[in-house]
Design a protein around this ligand. Structure first.
Ligand code: MF3
Ligand code: CO
Ligand code: CO
Length: 264
């Protein structure tokens, strides 16, 4: 298995795809309100991607081996849904937490990013979970530079989540990205410093920790996509697409509305 290193040309196109993915999140933010359905959020994002951006929504009909084609253009994961929630008739209500995960294809390249939203006033625990997950993602991003190992990234993410009393989902990970939605390497959100692949300039991958308020266990729903926490505890996730540069990292999924980085 080999990791494909991006050229400067590829990187330029990945910057465009990354910004466009983030701009879908900016676009949908004012619509994320109590009373709206996740299906309506999907419909709004789909129209914005296809008609305004002229991007392709990568999730729509995405069918990795062993999966039925994904039936929507975005993923909407509410409360105890860990990831890959299928938009539908679920109405958002005050106190809910929601992840919206956007992947666009522009000019042959993918940009993949997700943010958490809180509806009304979330519980103290929910707010803390969302915040700690964001910090964990950023600790992972700040670790990115040539010569470090993937295990260094996993370790800082895992340590931050667990030292705050939360747990890391093991079954899903970040991933290389480029002309393919998911490519090598797998970027685990747990691990041991000094282990795993050594980073090189030109690698591009996502960092997208899923953090549960309770235990790390998950279950798949009968729809073949939706993943929930086994103990029904809340789960949060944030995602950026990141390039390894000559001396550090560049976050590609940034836009006017991207929340500021948290401390290293
Ligand atoms: N965007 C998700 C990720 O971060 C993948 C979603 S696959 C889908 O890797 F088919 F559910 F959309
Ligand atoms: Co991803
Ligand atoms: Co994603």
């Amino acid at each position: 298995m080999s990791v494909n290193l991006k050229s400067n040309d590829d990187l330029a196109r990945m910057r465009v795809a990354g910004r466009l993915a983030a701009e879908v999140l900016d676009f949908i933010t004012p619509h994320v309100q109590a009373g709206v359905t996740t299906g309506e959020l999907n419909r709004l994002c789909h129209t914005y991607m296809v008609e305004t951006q002229r991007t392709v929504p990568a999730p729509l009909n995405y069918a990795p081996p062993g999966h039925a084609p994904y039936p929507a253009s975005v993923c909407t994961s509410v409360n105890h849904v860990v990831c890959h929630g299928i938009p539908g008739d679920k109405t958002l209500k005050p106190g809910d937490i929601l992840n919206v995960d956007i992947t666009v294809i522009k000019d042959g390249f993918h940009g993949d990013t997700s943010r958490m939203f809180t509806i009304g006033a979330p519980s103290i625990q929910a707010r803390r979970l969302v915040e700690v997950t964001y910090e964990a993602m950023w600790r992972g991003i700040h670790a990115v530079k040539p010569g470090v190992h993937l295990g260094d990234i996993g370790q800082v993410i895992q340590r931050h989540a667990e030292s705050n009393g939360f747990s890391i989902v093991r079954e899903f990970c970040g991933h290389g990205i480029g002309r393919n939605f998911h490519e090598e390497p797998q970027v685990l959100h747990y691990g041991r410093a000094g282990t795993g692949l050594k980073l090189l300039p030109g690698m591009i991958f996502t960092i997208e920790p899923m953090v549960n308020a309770g235990g790390p266990g998950i279950r798949g729903m009968k729809d073949g996509w939706t993943i929930v926490t086994a103990d029904h505890s809340l789960s949060a996730q944030w995602e950026h697409t990141v390039a390894v540069t000559a001396d550090g990292f560049e976050v590609l999924t940034t836009s006017a509305g991207t929340p500021p980085p948290s401390a290293a």
